[in-house]
Design a binder for this molecule. Structure first.
Ligand SMILES: C[S@@+](CC[C@H](N)C(=O)[O-])C[C@H]1O[C@@H](n2cnc3c(N)ncnc32)[C@H](O)[C@@H]1O
Length: 302
């Protein structure tokens, strides 16, 4: 096992001169000792963040000496990370679809699977339309904000039951200059609107309540209401499909991120609510069913 960054407490480390290269090894081995498997990637991210350098600069300046202040900042990040607090919460942001989003412990850290959901919508819509979009369970706002940037003509309704999440989503919309395009609300699913939408998109919680205490330690830092999908994990998404009946137009499409174990059940519900629907499932990069696309009346958007 390698030397830990906190061996002999930090004073000697801060006083000591460290090159980027030696610091990287020290961070990576410390994270590994604490069960963090993506230790090298995280060491890169931590150094780039604290030194405010790009990946190219990280690679080309391996012999540069890190200042005592920078070592001190890195040490406080590592101390929190050793308790398995997610790095995104410690640094205060998470990249999503090539953009940075502010995150804190009131919102789920956006996941790569959700980038597939956004990608699917971008692949099946055209920019010139003027579509209305509902993002239900917006969290940090990643879906609505990314789509608002990519689809400048569309209008968005974004809701979350957590007021703190909605505040952060607003901040993200402001930071990305799309605040005026998104109508944010706090509330339960469609409770605050009677509107019908061209697109309904949603990444609601889908983990069964009984599995919540068996997850990686990092997930215990994330908000329960962003993870807990009820007894079998599909309760909230099922409710959304039922309620969407009042909020679709003849050409609407519903895009849902789901857990692969729920696809049959959710397809049955969609067929029951929308007997004329056409339904598609898309897999994630691991080959698991991940995105459920429902065209309630079987018609194409464009
Ligand atoms: C899995 S997180 C996804 C957040 C964000 N859309 C993303 O993809 O990163 C689910 C979000 O749905 C919200 N949520 C859960 N149940 C809800 C409900 N019944 N009505 C509105 N929002 C809900 C949670 O507060 C949480 O922010």
């Amino acid at each position: 096992m390698g030397k830990s960054i906190l061996d002999g407490r930090s004073k000697s480390l801060i006083a000591k001169q460290q090159s980027i290269q030696s610091l990287h090894s020290l961070i990576a081995s410390t994270l590994e000792q604490h069960g963090i498997t993506e230790n090298h990637i995280e060491a890169d991210i931590i150094i780039m963040d604290v030194l405010a350098i790009t990946r190219v600069e990280l690679i080309s300046s391996q012999d540069s000496i890190v200042s005592a202040d920078q070592l001190h900042s890195i040490e406080s990040i590592i101390t929190r990370r050793m308790r398995r607090e997610p790095l995104a919460y410690i640094l205060g942001y998470q990249p999503f679809y090539g953009l940075d989003f502010a995150v804190d412990s009131n919102v789920l850290i956006p996941r790569p699977e959700t980038e597939l959901l956004v990608e699917e919508i971008l692949n099946t819509t055209i920019a010139d339309n003027n579509l209305s979009v509902a993002d239900i369970g917006t969290g940090s706002g990643v879906i609505a904000v990314t789509l608002a940037i990519m689809r400048g003509n569309y209008k968005f309704y974004a809701v979350d039951q957590s007021a703190a999440a909605v505040d952060l989503a607003r901040q993200n919309a402001k930071a990305h200059n799309v605040l005026g395009k998104i109508n944010f609300k706090t509330g339960h699913l469609f409770a605050n609107t009677t509107d019908k939408f061209d697109l309904i998109v949603s990444n609601l919680p889908y983990i069964p309540s009984s599995r919540l205490d068996q997850l990686d330690p990092e997930l215990s830092w994330e908000p329960l209401q962003a993870l807990d999908g009820g007894t079998d994990g599909s309760e909230v998404i099922s409710k959304l499909i039922y309620q969407s009946a009042l909020h679709v137009k003849p050409d609407s499409t519903i895009f849902l991120e789901i857990d692969h174990s729920h696809s049959d059940k959710l397809i049955n519900i969609a067929n029951k609510i929308f007997p004329a629907s056409s339904i598609q499932i898309k897999q994630d990069l691991q080959g698991f069913d991940r995105i459920l696309i429902i065209k309630p009346f079987g018609r194409n958007l464009t």
